[in-house]
Design a binder for this molecule. Structure first.
Ligand code: SAM
Ligand code: SF4
Length: 325
């Protein structure tokens, strides 16, 4: 079992397979062009898998592949199959923008991927394009349909933004309900890579929008999940709210993150990381295990996003496209 320095069990590893992405979401990517980390700095699937085995042997039971856009990484099925074959009962999931999903969904399922989270910020083509920086809606909706058709358990992620898609919160609930998917609204997490024009919505404001149409009933947090769940009895639909600005959000944090370059990150908010790249490149399993133990020992108690603007003295420098959100 992996226990961090604050006594929390860590059993969830999120792996960012690439920082590259075919979208430029305003809340995630810098506005100005920038250069990517050179491809040769990325860990190969064999190198990533070496760390995956260390993590699974230590007690990790859930792995999520993310990015950047994970579907950009070539031969992804091979990596999924490696993990699945090593531990078939691992809860193996992926977060994707969905745009490249339609043609590969069936293969991902065959390889052993169990669940998908697909980001859907708008059902209007012009709004989706404004957020993502290009015309994306058709391909995303096709990806969702195909994922459902091949039998994936699909959840939707939406980041509500003031004046951009805040009028679509209920529409997204209805869309998800009609297709038997759960939606999770994610509070915009301020970071200095996002567009400076973005204004996020706090959980309370998101709930107010839902309450304009539906009565809701609080259910609570589900185990170590960051999502606080609510029930709409009128339509028998449950949705989630991920609210990292709340003080109790970090109490049950069970996750660590690995970037495509091999940086092991203990907390989404902070810059701190330790690299396992050298260790896995020379197949030093003891070294990788020691780095994992050190990162867990030093895992911060909580993030510094706060409901109170005055308390938020600094802004996170972490790039979501690097850590995978
Ligand atoms: N490209 C994939 C996608 O968009 O689903 C996976 C990577 S993305 C970084 C993972 C999740 O983080 C997405 O659901 C995205 O909406 C969310 N995200 C990115 N930047 C965020 C921010 N500043 N605040 C809140 N959520 C964010
Ligand atoms: Fe790409 Fe996902 Fe970031 Fe959007 S949120 S720019 S899709 S990594």
């Amino acid at each position: 079992m992996l226990i961090d320095g604050h006594g929390r069990e860590v059993n969830y590893l999120r792996i960012s397979l690439t920082e590259r992405c075919n979208f430029r979401c305003q809340y995630c990517m810098p506005e100005k062009p920038f250069s990517w980390v050179p491809k040769e700095n990325l860990l190969s699937f064999d190198e990533l898998f070496m760390f995956v085995k260390v993590a699974i042997d230590g007690g990790v039971t859930k792995i999520r592949l993310t990015g950047g856009e994970p579907l950009i990484r070539e031969n992804l099925n091979d990596f999924i199959a490696m993990i699945h074959n090593y531990k078939p009962d691992i809860d193996l999931a992926m977060t994707t923008n969905g745009s490249l999903l339609a043609s590969v969904a069936q293969d991902l399922k065959y390889a052993g991927l169990k669940r998908l989270n697909i980001s859907l910020d708008s059902l209007k083509a012009d709004v989706a394009a404004k957020i993502a920086g290009k015309d994306v809606l058709k391909s995303v909706l096709e990806g969702i349909d195909k994922a459902l058709a091949v039998g994936f358990d699909v959840k939707l992620n939406m980041v509500p933004l003031k004046g951009i898609n805040d009028d679509e919160i209920v529409d997204i609930i209805d869309y998800a309900n009609n297709r038997n998917m759960k939606v999770r609204f994610i509070e915009y997490m301020e970071n200095n890579h996002a567009s400076s024009h973005i204004v996020g919505m706090h959980g309370k404001e998101i709930l107010t929008k839902v309450k304009e149409r539906y009565e809701i009933r609080a259910l609570g947090r589900e185990g170590a999940s960051p999502s606080f769940n609510y029930m709409i009895d009128e339509i028998g639909y449950e949705f989630g709210l991920i609210d990292p600005h709340k003080h109790d959000f970090c109490e049950n944090c069970n996750r660590i993150r690995l970037t495509a370059e091999g940086n092991l990150i203990p907390c989404l908010y902070f810059d701190e990381a330790m690299s396992i790249a050298q260790a896995v490149r020379v197949k030093d399993i003891v070294g990788a295990t020691e780095i994992l133990a050190k990162v867990l020992k030093d895992k911060p108690k909580e993030n510094r996003w706060s409901e109170d603007e005055l308390e938020s003295k600094e802004i996170s420098r972490r790039a979501f496209y690097e850590t995978g959100g």
